[in-house]
Write a protein that binds this ligand. Structure first.
Ligand SMILES: Cc1ncc(C[n+]2csc(CCOP(=O)(O)OP(=O)(O)O)c2C)c(N)n1
Length: 514
């Protein structure tokens, strides 16, 4: 067995059985090792698709995928979506090909400081230095990526370590990720705050917005009258009819301040106190009102479901039931497309148990409120704010959950960053409906221009914000990558295109002409 075979075998033994790859010459032995039938390999035509897909996989599986990237430049191309994954607490194992140690000293063209590129966005970086030790390194990488919260692990693979003889893999046994027990004194403190009856908001994030933790948070809210909120962006929320509803803190600073006004206490769970996305000349960075106090319930590595159990015990509220979101039937909208009719069409069309990946920016700004009572679904947001995350994340989510339809709502500007995802979706026949909101503009930047107090944009500034010269041909774009596409220009047309797409297996694209 050579080093590359040892690496792939170890990844699979440790539970990492998918690799989002974009290979080069230095990774040929790794490619050969991907013949291992236990590893699924998925070709991505840009590294940002590979790293975003690994993020999408983690969001749905709570387990890391691997990526294979070509030396420093391949890693650099993937960094923006590694940033987004890191901000979402998604774990991933990045394997970065590298020149052989003996070749590096001649400074061949693809030489770069891979550690230097990896380190700012990785929690763990290691250079494999022998084929025999690579299994150990790979097991360490998987263990790091699988921690709670998920971590970015980067393993650099020099060519010679991949082709030299490795012997039988020697790796640490697979270890289950441990979430620590929360501190009892802190739980008691939060219980006191909640018993005071003063207005409190519990902000849920990461793994507390789903499953048992969400249900228990709902019971705490029912017992105490506290409200449940989320940041504007959350890694994954289980929402819709029958789920514990969570209110979303708005994006715009004045609206966020208005929402938070009146809460004497903010209790944070797997997140920090709400901050504005950007600093504006005349607006604050922190969004809470003066005099309100922030109380973290858990540390990042602690178990929030357990924290809510302890809190329910402390409150003597063990038997109380949460208040659940009722189903709201939304009639199919007709007429012009705008954020409200788009939201109504979504609420009417979303099938039960679908996954909604949201990078819809201005067009989707009404969608969350109107889909509260839709059939139950999962919602995924862009935690790092680096646009171009949605189509790759949808790709990874669809591979992780082949029985569920993924709806990927994306602005036309954002879609252009990583549109190559469509090709992978067609090749792998993934059940993804990509919804392109074609307003031919970076519309949000027009609003931000005003928010910043930069005055009225001149012709040159506007030409940096409009993307309509030339107009992007979405139908041709989709067709070129093997994805069937349709364009709609009415709310009823949008609804019909969504429901049609959910009936057909495989990917499709809807251009929503705004
Ligand atoms: C990597 C990266 N580059 C640039 C930006 C700045 N940015 C934020 S939103 C945006 C335009 C988004 O346009 P679109 O997806 O069409 O949505 P719309 O604003 O039109 O609703 C840009 C360029 C960013 N967030 N991330």
């Amino acid at each position: 067995m050579n080093g590359a075979e040892s690496l792939v075998a170890t990844l699979v033994d440790q539970g990492v059985d998918i690799c989002f790859a974009n290979p080069g010459t230095s990774e040929m032995h790794f490619l050969a090792a991907l013949e291992n039938p236990r590893m699924r390999s998925v070709l991505c035509l840009f590294e940002g698709v590979a790293t975003g897909a690994a993020d999408g996989w983690y969001r749905m599986k709570d387990a890391p995928a691997s990526t294979l990237l070509h030396l420093g430049p391949g890693l650099a191309n993937g960094l923006a979506n590694i940033h987004n994954a890191r901000r979402a607490s998604s774990g991933m194992v990045n394997i970065i090909g590298e020149h052989s140690t003996s070749h590096l000293k001649y400074d061949p063209p693809l030489t770069s400081d891979i550690e230097g590129l990896a380190r700012p966005l990785s929690h763990w970086v290691r250079r494999a230095d022998s084929a025999g030790a690579i299994a150990w390194d790979a097991a360490k990488a998987v263990a790091k990526a699988s921690e709670h919260p998920g971590r970015i692990a980067t393993l650099i693979l020099p060519g010679d370590t991949s082709w030299q003889e490795a012997g039988a893999p020697v790796a640490a046994p697979r270890a289950a990720a441990v979430r620590k027990k929360p501190d009892a004194a802190r739980i008691e403190h939060v219980a006191r705050v909640l018993r005071s009856g003063e207005p409190a908001l519990i902000i849920l994030a990461n793994k507390a917005t789903r499953g048992a933790a969400l249900e228990k948070a709902g019971r705490v809210a029912a017992a105490t009258g506290a409200r449940l909120g989320s940041q504007f962006f959350t890694a994954r929320i289980e929402r819709g009819a029958g789920r514990v509803p969570i209110e979303r803190i708005p994006y715009a600073v004045p609206q966020a301040q208005a929402f938070l006004r009146g809460f004497k206490h903010i209790i944070t769970v797997e997140t920090r106190e709400p901050v504005a996305f950007f600093s504006y000349p005349d607006k604050p960075s922190l969004l809470k009102s003066e005099g309100s106090v922030v109380h973290p319930l858990v540390e990042d590595d602690e178990d929030s479901a357990l924290a809510f159990d302890m809190l329910l015990d402390a409150l003597g509220a063990g038997s109380i039931s949460p208040i659940l979101q009722p189903r709201i039937e939304t009639p199919v909208p007709t007429g012009a497309l705008n954020p409200v009719s788009v939201a109504h069409a979504l609420a009417a069309a979303l099938p039960e148990n679908c996954i909604l990946v949201d990078e819809s920016l201005t067009t989707g700004r009404e969608s969350m409120g109107h889909t509260m009572g839709a059939l139950p679904h999962d919602l995924i947001n862009n935690m790092g704010g680096s646009i171009g995350y949605a189509t790759p994340v949808a790709t990874g989510a669809a591979l992780a959950c082949p029985d569920r339809r993924v709806f990927c709502m994306v602005g036309d500007g954002s879609a252009m960053y990583t549109i190559q995802s469509l090709w992978t979706q067609a090749r792998e026949n993934l059940n993804i409906t990509t919804i392109i909101f074609a307003n031919n503009s970076y519309a949000i930047l027009k609003a931000e221009y005003a928010n910043m107090g930069a005055g009225t944009p001149g012709a040159r500034a506007l030409s940096m914000i409009d993307i309509d010269r030339p107009r992007i041909d979405w139908l041709a774009m989709a067709k070129s990558m093997g994805v069937p596409a349709t364009a709609v220009d009415s709310a009823e047309g949008f609804y019909k295109a969504m429901t049609d797409s959910a009936r057909e297996p495989g990917p499709s694209l809807i251009e929503v002409r705004l």
